[in-house]
Design a protein around this ligand. Structure first.
Ligand SMILES: Cc1cc2nc3c(=O)[nH]c(=O)nc-3n(C[C@H](O)[C@H](O)[C@H](O)COP(=O)(O)O)c2cc1C
Length: 195
């Protein structure tokens, strides 16, 4: 797929078919995460792939989301904040989460390219999940990702593609402007397409 199509067609998947994904595609997607921008070029993420059925069930339980148990694989994206807070004491904690997000988005887009479905799981009991996965102190679980082939009905990928916001509500030129009409005028005066 073209990059724009991959970005626009990615959607959360919460129902998985019984077909097991090729773990090499998951590894390749983790490899894509390694190309994300990182403050000071420091890669501070670890990825833990879970395919043990019992453990996956425990992860579903500790995230209070039963659909997680329907996945053949769950990947936990874990950051090591100290690697970033040491060189950047003031902004390190923020950087740590920001660059985790960048790495995760690369990972998600690669999964989409492989035709794999997933859903970002942010709601879970951190301590319990750490225990299940034997993650040492000091690490932070940014998110978990149940992975599989979608068993959800999708009408047409192209038809579904809708941005999450109106461009006029999120775009500014040179200064913050709350007047919507003035903003539209300002944006549209910049060119035939408006933006
Ligand atoms: C930080 C974060 C946490 C999320 N946590 C959950 C979650 O715990 N469970 C869930 O079903 N979806 C979760 N999501 C997925 C969002 O619900 C989903 O991205 C949103 O509904 C938009 O749908 P889309 O991914 O198909 O564009 C999370 C997404 C983000 C970015």
């Amino acid at each position: 797929m073209e990059l724009f199509d991959v970005i626009k067609s990615r959607r959360s998947v919460r129902k998985f078919s019984s077909k097991k994904p090729d773990w090499k595609e998951i590894i390749e997607s983790i490899h894509c995460a390694q190309y994300a921008p990182m403050a000071g070029g420091i890669f501070h993420m670890k990825f833990l792939i879970v395919d043990d059925k019992n453990k996956i069930e425990e992860l579903a339980n500790w995230s209070e989301q039963s659909f997680v148990a329907g996945a053949k694989y769950v990947v936990a994206a874990v950051s090591d904040p100290v690697l970033v807070t040491t060189p950047f004491p003031k902004k390190g904690e923020t950087f740590s989460h920001q660059q985790a997000g960048a790495a995760i988005q690369n990972f998600l887009l690669s999964l989409e390219e492989f035709g794999l479905g997933t859903c970002w799981i942010g709601h879970f009991n951190d301590e319990k999940v750490k225990k299940v996965l034997k993650i040492p102190e000091g690490y932070f679980i940014e998110a978990m990702f149940p992975i599989g082939y979608s068993a959800e009905k999708r009408i047409s990928k192209k038809k579904e593609v809708k941005p999450k916001s109106d461009i006029y509500n999120i775009l500014y030129f040179n200064e913050w402007l709350n007047d919507r009409m003035k903003k539209i005028e300002k944006i549209e005066s910049r060119g035939p397409e408006g933006y």
